[in-house]
Ligand binder design. Sequence first.
Ligand code: MN
Length: 328
Amino acid sequence: MSNIEAEPVESRRGGLGDGGRSTQAPRVDVLSPRDVPLGGPRAMTVRRTLPQRARTLIGAWCFADHYGPDDVGETGGMDVAPHPHTGLQTVSWLFSGEIEHRDSLGNHAFVRPGELNLMTGGYGISHSEVSTPRTTLLHGVQLWVALPDEHRHAERDFQHYVPVPVRIDGVEIRVFLGSLAGVVSPVRTFTPLLGAEIILEPRAAITLTMDSGFEHGLLVDHGDVRIADTLLRPSELGYVHTGINTLTLTNESEGEARAVLLGGTPFEEEIVMWWNFIGRSHDDIVRAREDWQSSSDRFGTVEGYAGERLPAPALPNATIAPRRNSRR
Ligand code: MN
């Protein structure tokens, strides 16, 4: 997915207090989404919860777009022309529909529900993403992972993995990155990460053992899901600090609920994010933009996409400031 950035929004504090008094329930910060049009001739709108003013990262997760269910017959679906990435990995996870992926490594793949597609941009890669004619409803998440400095120029790569779902007490879990509920994803990451889809039957509850060194975010797709003491509505992201050993999720709705649980060790480096690039300085971004605009070998070429590649937007006049998470 290609990022045409807008301005951040609000967050509210959930739970029963600030956690200073009670050690029973972890504090949950509720991050609300903002609507962002993806651009292009038939723009699809996504709900973005990361990054925003209150929070840049959860672990190395630095970008979270949630979209659909989108009636492709009405909106035209997704059609993102070839565009570059550097310094990050893209994680595509669908609930319904199908996306055709082509990248400058020569991969031609289909993103399908319940299947992880992880692309490592490293120093540079480019790709296109188009929903297929078979798709009626397009529904899923597009996530980015920031690469740590020592690996941010890693080899381009593309991995596909289909997790086997585990079922516990009316809850179905698909662990696509990291480990949860006794299930371990074999997919390699550059920092400790967790990524899992969780589907809860009506009124189902589960208490999960968590890595206390991780911070976590629960993005609710549909249903009302209580995380610790805080009720999350659809499209909200509940953030939980490090230091917890267990986390209880409860589906408070009469129908099924679905959420995506993200986690990782806090990412301590400052990053500079602009368009589809992550660097460490303004100059990194300027160089990446120049390399894309001049069609340098850095990002390669996407074969088979019907149409032109996306030009980079104009750089801002000011120096792009680095972002990091405030310590709270
Ligand atoms: Mn992309």
